[in-house]
Ligand binder design. Structure first.
Ligand SMILES: [Mn+2]
Length: 241
């Protein structure tokens, strides 16, 4: 089957970005945004979504990290729209439902080789809950063509003061609290997906953002998977996604 790929180049007075994406990849990536912590997040996104991603951004970091982070979300969202194409045959919903939910937790077997391979490697729905030490994050996504971001459980962190020791230890502390949301908003707008991210609990900022990016990756992977039962068909009763 043909790999779903995209190439985006987006240039403004604030950022210059190129993205090469292969949704049917192996988790390989090369990411350079000028913000080491953000590179770490996008690298683990590629790994856990099992996509191949090359991303370069030269942004106005002399101002701050805002434009770089937001615009990378926009460019990555555009890459997903382009790579998914008409969305025929995809599962569409990436799940973060309860693992014991009988409607989402189990797959009933098919007999073709393709189905067997898919079932052996596909994550169960409940896995879009991602723990990271003391944190638990959940992501539910629908590539249904309607952009919407729900961002829950993080309001108390948005205003949290970064201790002086943290600032010296890691200059990307500000990113973790303020900018993660900008990335996901940019992605949801441009990928035209319904993206629900929630921190159920957690404390350490690096862990929190990492758990969110990993849950986002797992849910994205599940949603973009091809389902052999609906090969060539749209997962919508409307006839368009
Ligand atoms: Mn980490």
């Amino acid at each position: 089957m043909k790999a779903r790929q995209a190439k985006i180049s987006r240039n403004t007075k604030e950022t210059r970005i190129t993205v090469t994406l292969n949704i049917d990849g192996q988790g390989k990536s090369s990411v350079k945004t000028g913000i080491p912590f953000f590179d770490h997040m996008l690298t683990l996104f590629a790994k856990h979504a099992t996509v191949n991603l090359q991303l370069r951004c030269r942004g106005d970091l002399e101002v701050d990290a805002h434009h770089t982070v937001e615009d990378c979300g926009i460019a990555l969202g555009q890459a997903f729209v382009q790579a998914l194409g008409d969305k025929r045959g995809i599962r569409r919903y990436g799940a973060g439902f309860h693992p014991q939910n009988p409607f989402t937790g189990l797959r009933q077997g098919g007999t073709s080789a393709e189905t067997a391979v898919d079932e052996a490697t596909a994550p169960l729905a409940g896995e879009a809950y991602v723990p990271m030490d003391e944190c638990l994050a959940r992501c539910v996504i629908d590539f249904g063509g309607r952009p919407h971001l729900v961002w829950r459980g993080l309001n108390e962190f948005a205003q949290k003061r970064v201790a002086k020791s943290e600032k010296f230890q890691d200059p990307s502390s500000a990113f973790r609290f303020g900018l993660a949301r900008e990335f996901f908003q940019g992605f949801a707008n441009e990928a035209r997906c319904n993206l629900h991210l929630e921190l159920l609990y957690g404390d350490e900022p690096h862990h929190i953002v990492e758990a969110l990016f990993k849950a986002f990756a797992r849910a994205t992977d599940a949603a973009c998977r091809r389902d052999p039962r609906i090969a060539g068909k749209l997962p919508s009763t409307k006839g368009k996604l």
